[in-house]
Design a protein around this ligand. Sequence first.
Ligand code: DGI
Ligand code: FE
Ligand code: FE
Length: 198
Amino acid sequence: MEMILSKEQIKRLQSLDRKMAESLKESRYRHTVAVAHTAAALSMVHGASLYDALTAGMLHDAAKCYSNEELLLKCRKKGIPIREIEECNPSLLHAKYGAYLAKERFGVTNEEVISAIACHTTGKPGMTLLEKIIFIADYIEPYRNHTETLPEIRKLCFLDLDQAMVRILSGMLDYLKETEAPIDEMTEKTFLYYQKRK
Ligand code: DGI
Ligand code: FE
Ligand code: FE
């Protein structure tokens, strides 16, 4: 697995970094860089491509600069299918639309990177190594402070990705139920898939 960045790759990553710094608000940009670096660290342990992890991390929230209304309009305009749960909860679309932007605006051709962006919010059953790394990095990056159990979850992520998926999804589903947020069936399917595998 490619663990050394070429000069060309470093240039491309710096260019993405500048573009995200311009388009995202400061706290979202800080989170973006943190996810990219956390994904890089996870790649070093678990053996994914450093460049792919950094690219997907840098772009995973690229569509967060848009409001719910804008996301709905843009997805409709581009013919991106919108499910009922996304109609009610358009913020879920930032993952799918971010994947679209990665391809069409930022010139990403690696389908693995594009799909890691597309499923970073809900996950999906049978995720690739890179998809899991981005999903997990989004949850554990150093600036996150949403749950008391983060320190032990963070440690687990560097030891066993599938077990970490179960811990993260179970916490996420508990939180969504607590707040009575509508749950995307994909989030539940992903949880059940990784729970069974454990
Ligand atoms: O974009 P971020 O804020 O970095 O994080 P994210 O892409 O995971 O999306 C933010 C929220 O999405 C987070 O609070 C968890 C939530 N989410 C994940 N699965 C579901 C969900 N929200 C709803 N309503 N339903 C889901 O199934
Ligand atoms: Fe996100
Ligand atoms: Fe994020």
